[in-house]
Ligand binder design. Structure first.
Ligand code: G4P
Length: 547
C-alpha cells in the first residue's frame, strides 16, 4: 500500500473531467487585497466584508476592537513580542457561490517588502481612500506596484459619514495623479458628513438607504427606496446626486470591463465601513468585476493555464512563529491545478521534492489543516525551511518557473556589526540567511568591509526582526546604526565609482549582494538630482520600475 508521503502529485490521474473541475473551481475564486494608508479603515472594511459574507458572526474578530474578540491582533502581539514580522492573515469566505480570498497587506511600522509581495499573489486590489484625506503616501506606493503588475483596482471611498472632500474632487485627484479613469458605480446622496444613502449608477431610479448600526457590530440593513420617494424625502441631496451621475455618464465615466482589467479605469464605490454602508455593493463588485485566477506568465515565456497540473508561488516566508520548533511557514498561492495535502511537490529552483504533509489555512491564530486548495487559494506550508520567497512549486512531472519576485526600493538603511567579534562566522551566516529569505536586502562595499554590511529595508520594523533573529536564532547579537539615507536608485559601476569619489554629491554607492546591482543611496531627492547633474552619463533608475 502506498503511504501518504510516497504519493506524489505527479501520480494524480488527470482526466478531462478533472481539468474541467479545476477550471470551474478557479472560475469561482476571487483573490484580492485591500490597499490603503494606515487609518483609512482597512481593518474595519475587512470586518465589514467578512460580516456581509457571514464568515464571522460578529464584526470584531479580525480587528480586535475593545470588547470584541480579537483573533489577528492577539497573534500579532505574540509575534511582535518575539520580534517577528507580522504575518499576512489570509481570510477566506464564501459569497454568492464564490470563494473569496482576502490577503492582508501589513501597514504601519510593519510596512515592508512583504506588503508589496502580497500583491504578487492577488488578482485584484481594493483601493481604500479616506474621504477627508484623499490619496495618501502608502496608498500611492501600493498603487504603483499594482500599476506595474497590471493588477486591476476597485476604489472604495470610506468615511462618508463624516465631513470630508467633495466626491467630484476626489475623482479628479485619482484621475490626475494615477492616470486612472474613475467610473463611479455607487454615488453618495448627500455630501460627506451628511450621508443620506447611495445611488447605484446601474439603477439610478432608486436609492439605497441604510439603517444606522452604532459601532458597526451588525450589518446595516439596506432598504431600496424608489426615486420618487427619495426625491420627496431627500430633496436637493437626491437631485444633486442624480444630476452629478448624469453628468459623469455623459462624460463617458461608465464601467467598462475591458478598460478596468487593462488598468485604465477604476470602478468607484462610496460608503462608511464602520456602519457597513456601501459594503454590500463593493462585495458584489468583487464577485462580478474582479477577475478570477487566469493563466500565469512563466519565466521563460508562455503561460501556465489554471487547469494545468499543480503549481504555486511562494510569496512570503514567515520564520520562527514558534521558536521552540524553529517553525517556518511558507505562504503559497496556488496558481494552477489542485493542491492536495500529503502529496510531494517539486521546488523548481533546486529540483528537490518537498513533502506537503503540514499544510494550513492561516487566519489569525487559527490554523486549520487544508486538505485541498484550488487556483487563487493560499496555503501555509509548515516546516518550510527549504523554501524561499519567489520560489515556484510544481507537480513533479510538470515543471514550471514563475518570474522572480521583484525587490523594491528600500527607504531605511542600517550598518550591522557583530557585538562579539568572535561570533563573526555566525554573524555572516545569519546575515546571509536573512538576505536569502528576503527579510532585508544586504548591501556591501569595499569601503565598509565585510564585517559591516548595510541592511536595507522598506519598513523600519524589519530591523527589529533582524536584531531578534540574529540574537535568538544565530547566537550572534548585532549592533545596528542608522545611516542618513532614504532614497535608493540603481546605477552602474561608473556611477557607483563616481558617487563614492564625489565631494559634491551627498550619498554613497553599495552593491546589493543578492543580484550584484549597484545601488546609489541618497539622503533625499535633491541629492539624487545633484548626482544626475554631476554624472549625466551614469544611469539612475527607479528600483520599482526595474522589474
Ligand atoms: P486601518 O486598518 O486602515 O489602520 O484602519 P482602521 O480600520 O483601524 O480604522 C481607523 C479608524 O477609522 C478607526 O477609528 C475606525 O473606527 C475609523 N473608521 C473606519 N471606517 C470608518 C468609517 O466609515 N467612518 C468613520 N467615521 N470612521 C471609520 P479609531 O478611533 O482609530 O479606532 P476605534 O476607536 O474606532 O477603535
Amino acid at each position: 500500500m502506498t503511504s501518504e508521503v510516497e504519493r506524489t502529485a505527479g501520480e494524480q490521474t488527470r482526466t478531462a473531467g478533472e481539468a474541467a473541475r479545476v477550471a470551474g473551481e478557479a472560475a469561482r475564486r476571487r483573490t484580492f487585497a485591500v490597499i490603503s494608508h494606515p487609518d483609512a479603515g482597512k481593518s474595519t472594511l475587512t470586518e465589514a466584508l467578512a460580516l456581509h459574507a457571514r464568515a464571522i458572526t460578529e464584526a470584531g474578530a479580525v480587528h480586535g476592537k475593545a470588547g470584541r474578540r480579537g483573533v489577528a491582533s492577539d497573534w500579532m502581539e505574540m509575534e511582535k513580542a518575539r520580534g517577528i514580522s507580522v504575518t499576512s492573515a489570509v481570510l477566506q469566505f464564501a459569497y454568492r457561490g464564490c470563494v473569496l480570498n482576502l490577503l492582508d497587506t501589513p501597514g504601519h511600522a510593519d510596512f515592508s517588502e512583504d506588503t508589496y509581495r502580497v500583491l504578487a499573489a492577488v488578482d485584484c486590489a481594493v483601493m481604500l481612500i479616506d474621504a477627508a484625506k484623499g490619496l495618501e503616501e502608502q496608498t500611492r506606493k501600493l498603487f504603483d506596484v499594482c500599476a506595474h503588475r497590471g493588477i486591476p483596482v476597485i476604489t472604495f471611498v470610506n468615511k462618508w459619514d463624516r465631513p470630508g472632500r467633495e466626491a467630484l474632487e476626489l475623482l479628479d485627484e485619482i484621475e490626475r495623479e494615477f492616470g486612472l479613469r474613475p467610473t463611479p458605480v455607487t454615488w453618495p446622496v448627500g455630501y460627506a458628513g451628511r450621508l443620506r444613502g447611495l445611488v447605484d449608477a446601474r439603477e439610478p431610479e432608486r436609492m439605497l438607504r441604510y439603517a444606522r448600526t452604532p459601532g458597526g457590530a451588525h450589518a446595516a440593513t439596506e432598504e431600496v427606496v424608489p426615486g420618487g420617494v427619495a426625491a420627496r424625502e431627500e430633496g436637493d441631496d437626491w437631485t444633486q446626486a442624480v444630476e452629478e451621475l448624469e453628468l459623469l455618464r455623459a462624460d463617458g465615466a461608465e464601467h467598462d470591463r475591458e478598460a478596468f482589467l487593462d488598468g485604465r479605469t477604476t470602478p468607484v464605490f462610496f460608503g462608511a465601513a464602520i456602519t457597513n454602508i456601501g459594503v454590500r455593493p463593493l462585495l458584489d463588485a468583487v464577485v462580478d468585476m474582479a477577475p478570477p485566477p487566469g493563466p500565469r506568465e512563466l519565466a521563460g515565456g508562455g503561460t501556465r493555464a489554471v487547469d494545468a497540473p499543480f503549481s504555486g508561488l511562494v510569496f512570503k516566508v514567515q520564520a520562527n512563529m514558534d521558536p521552540a520548533h524553529r517553525d517556518r511557514i511558507a505562504f503559497v498561492r496556488v496558481c494552477s491545478g489542485v493542491f492536495e495535502r500529503g502529496t510531494t511537490v517539486t521546488r523548481a529552483a533546486s529540483g528537490r521534492p518537498f513533502a506537503t504533509k503540514y499544510a494550513h489555512s492561516v487566519f489569525g491564530q487559527d490554523r486549520s489543516m487544508v486538505e485541498t486548495a484550488y487556483p487563487g487559494d493560499v496555503v501555509g506550508l509548515v516546516n518550510a525551511s527549504a523554501l524561499r520567497v519567489g520560489d515556484t512549486l510544481h507537480s513533479p512531472g510538470s515543471p514550471a518557473v514563475f518570474p522572480p519576485m521583484p525587490t523594491f526600493a528600500p527607504e531605511h538603511f542600517m550598518v550591522a556589526r557583530p557585538v562579539d567579534i568572535s561570533r563573526s562566522k555566525q554573524f555572516r551566516r545569519g546575515i546571509a540567511q536573512l538576505d536569502e529569505e528576503g527579510v532585508v536586502q544586504v548591501l556591501v562595499s569595499e569601503l565598509r568591509g565585510e564585517q559591516s554590511p548595510v541592511l536595507a529595508a522598506v519598513g523600519p520594523m524589519q530591523f527589529d526582526v533582524v536584531a531578534a533573529r540574529m540574537a535568538g536564532e544565530f547566537s550572534a547579537p548585532v549592533r545596528l546604526e542608522a545611516l542618513p539615507y532614504s532614497l535608493a536608485r540603481a546605477t552602474d559601476a561608473t556611477g557607483a565609482d563616481g558617487l563614492n569619489r564625489s565631494r559634491l554629491v551627498k550619498g554613497e554607492a553599495l552593491t546589493r549582494v543578492r543580484d550584484k546591482t549597484h545601488l546609489a543611496l541618497f539622503p533625499d531627492r535633491w541629492q539624487a538630482s545633484n548626482f544626475e547633474r554631476a554624472f549625466p552619463d551614469a544611469p539612475l533608475e527607479s528600483l520599482l520600475a526595474a522589474h
